[in-house]
Ligand binder design. Sequence first.
Ligand code: ZN
Length: 192
Amino acid sequence: MNIFQEVKERVTAKQVAERYGLKVERNGMACCPFHNDKHPSMKIDQNYYCFACGAKGDAVNYVAVLFGLSQFEAAKKIIEDFSLGIPIEQPKRKQNSGFKKIEKVPTKEERIQFVQKKIDGWARDAANVLLRYLRWMEFWKEFYKPETMEAEWHPLFAEALQNESKISYLVDLLMFGTGEEILNFSGMEGRR
Ligand SMILES: [Zn+2]
């Protein structure tokens, strides 16, 4: 049995309505609080029904409409106000739909934007590092260039030759690649 069923088992619509200020006649009729009712048009007992405006429901529903709460909040309010001692369990599956007091869950778009921002920031940082490295290689390539064909290559010259095109490719990828390419790149780098 869920908390809605338990609450309805324990209190009637009439009990909660009276508790929150509705005056119910002996014959079980009351002035409907959901429309401007001059003469009692609401029948209220276990459930309620208004013959004038058609409002109807049970105890939980009554409180929800009266106070502008979700069904869950309404049930919780009744449990507290009537000291019913029913353990309150947060609904798990429907957290996103209509339970106002639950902490705001980011939408899918917000999560995507968040991840995109992270990737952009990371790619920018990575590109900057690589660009600085690229500058060094350009410098090394000139500075450590062997003077003759036969001379031994300075290791930094070798490194520059070896890495320059690869690094400039990676810089391009980071600055102009799609999110997917960048992610693949970051995964690839991580494995080394
Ligand atoms: Zn009504």
